[in-house]
Design a binder for this molecule. Structure first.
Ligand SMILES: [Zn+2]
Length: 106
């Protein structure tokens, strides 16, 4: 039997956070408090454009292209990390529970 981990509470009255959140009316003040974390959209196009432009510049004979390729690859890595972090936060939220007695989440 699952109980609230709060030492002052220990109530068995816990619910799945996503189910609980969906069942809240839109005007409930708890709707914002328990909302899922914002999803970061993957926008790799800017990184891809920079890499493609860098290759084009390199092919034309300028080493400046290397800078563009490195910058584009670095930006792509940053975007990838932010997306992975946001997905981990969302997975956490999906697996969270809320205590209906003390309103804590865990
Ligand atoms: Zn509790």
């Amino acid at each position: 039997m699952l109980v609230c981990p709060s030492p002052k509470c220990g109530s068995p009255n816990v619910a799945d956070l996503p189910h609980y959140w969906q069942s809240l009316p839109a005007e409930s003040p708890l709707k914002g408090r328990y909302a899922p974390p914002a999803r970061v959209e993957a926008s790799y196009w800017a990184a891809l454009v920079a890499v493609a432009a860098g290759i084009a510049v390199l092919v034309s004979g300028s080493l400046f292209g290397l800078l563009l390729v490195a910058g584009g690859a670095g930006w792509g890595a940053v975007v990838h990390r932010r997306v992975a972090e946001s997905e981990a936060r969302l997975a956490d939220w999906n697996g969270s529970r809320v205590c209906l007695a003390c309103t804590g989440t865990f």
